[in-house]
Design a protein around this ligand. Structure first.
Ligand code: PSV
Ligand code: MN
Ligand code: MN
Length: 391
């Protein structure tokens, strides 16, 4: 039973929730087979930021946008930050990119060639300069580094090289800046990836120190992996820094968060709520990392934000006392029922009410379609210079 006082707390928690959207999700993207371009897609980092600001305006809970360098490279990051602020949003995590250069064929920071390692590490340091200009606190690393064949390179030496590059970046961080180290099981390397799992990321973060934390991309695990266990474990260790939310059916599908498995998203958000880690003051950056290949970009991002919000609302509705009592009593079915009761609650009326109370449209996607924004960007951005994933 949800008491009125509980509902007030649930609403307060939902009002405080923050979700960061990724600049690249607004751009054209595709599979390795084909990119289907869409009219109105941004041409510049400024236009990606404008689209992110629109998502925030309609949802009220997406006040920051992550950048990816060099896809979002500009001459003046101070001016870009001011541009974002004028539109009511912040620049969030700075994502590094050491996976799209000819030099990185055999790896970036783990490459056997010291010249290439230097080049890759310099890019990591350059990203911190950008953070200084944008006021970003999060520096996100994902390394595509790995090998395709047994014996191709020395697994252990590659860990040493990785640790050295991470250390250099870590030592350059400002007081309130931190590293988010993302892991991924495979792709593009197929035999061994240098940061393949949360344990590897966690161990490097522990070695680095308190300003290094793990980023969980929900699409980066083997099928069947219990991601909420990883969440619970890392929270207990104080080492969960961020999420890259997206959905997957098979591998790193990058579909809309909560689309493929809303129950998994709920289970993850329950661990967050259970640890009192939802509030922005706790320090977890709840980001999306998605590619919208065939669906309209901005509505897809709004849908994803709403899906995370719905999963969160359900998690907040879990009757903790009843759950812990059932667990304590060994009531297997009772405990499971408490969790399922929350998951099976239709929270859409509650969220519509919350939006109306905040002066927002109760249906952000309908509001987007009515807003005329899509027609405006299609007309304004009609010169065929659309940004793509990698542009
Ligand atoms: C790698 O698959 C990844 O998840 C990393 O976060 C990259 O930065 C991002 O995708 C690029 O879309
Ligand atoms: Mn990611
Ligand atoms: Mn990915």
């Amino acid at each position: 039973m949800i008491l009125l006082s509980d509902l007030t707390a649930v609403k307060a928690a939902l009002r405080a929730q923050r979700i960061e959207t990724p600049s690249w999700a607004y751009a054209n993207s595709g599979t390795r087979f084909k990119v289907f371009p869409q009219p109105g897609v941004p041409r510049t980092p400024e236009e990606k930021i404008a689209d992110a600001a629109k998502v925030h305006e309609l949802t009220g809970i997406a006040p920051s946008v992550a950048l990816h360098i060099p896809w979002d490279r500009v001459d003046d990051y101070g001016a870009l930050t001011k541009y974002a602020h004028d539109l009511g949003i912040e620049i969030g995590a700075i994502n590094t990119n050491v996976f799209q250069d000819e030099d990185y064929k055999l790896g970036s920071v783990t490459n056997p060639d010291p010249r290439i390692r230097r080049k890759a590490t310099d890019h990591l340091l350059e990203a911190i300069d950008i953070m200084d200009a944008t006021g970003s606190k999060d520096l996100k690393f994902w390394f595509s580094d790995g090998i395709n064949y047994p014996g191709q390179d020395d697994l252990r030496s590659r860990q040493d090289r990785l640790a050295a590059a991470l250390r250099e970046a870590y030592d350059r961080l400002g007081d309130d800046q931190r590293i988010l180290l993302e892991y991924k099981l495979f792709e593009p390397a197929f035999y061994a990836t240098d940061v393949p799992d949360w344990g590897t990321s966690y161990a490097h973060c522990v070695e680095l120190g308190p300003k290094a934390t793990v980023c969980i991309d929900t699409g980066h695990h083997a099928p069947g992996t219990n991601i909420e266990f990883i969440v619970a474990f890392l929270l207990r260790q104080g080492k969960l820094g961020a999420f890259d939310f997206n959905s997957r059916f098979y591998a790193d599908d990058d579909l809309m968060a909560g689309a493929a498995d809303p129950f998994q998203l709920f289970r993850i958000m329950w661990e967050i709520v259970r640890a009192d880690a939802l509030d922005p003051s706790y320090g977890i950056n709840f980001m999306l990392d998605q590619c919208h290949n065939i669906e309209a970009k901005i509505p897809a991002i709004i849908r994803s934000v709403l899906n995370v919000q719905e999963a969160t609302a359900k998690a907040l509705l879990v009757d903790k006392e009843a759950l812990f009592a059932a667990q304590q009593n060994g009531d297997v079915l009772g405990a499971n029922a408490v969790l399922m009761d929350a998951y099976n609650t239709d929270v859409r009326p509650l969220l519509a009410e919350l939006r109306e109370e905040a002066g927002l449209d109760p249906d952000p996607i309908a509001a987007y379609h009515r807003s005329g924004y899509q027609e405006k960007i299609v007309a304004e951005r009609a010169d065929g210079r659309q940004a793509g994933w990698g542009a």
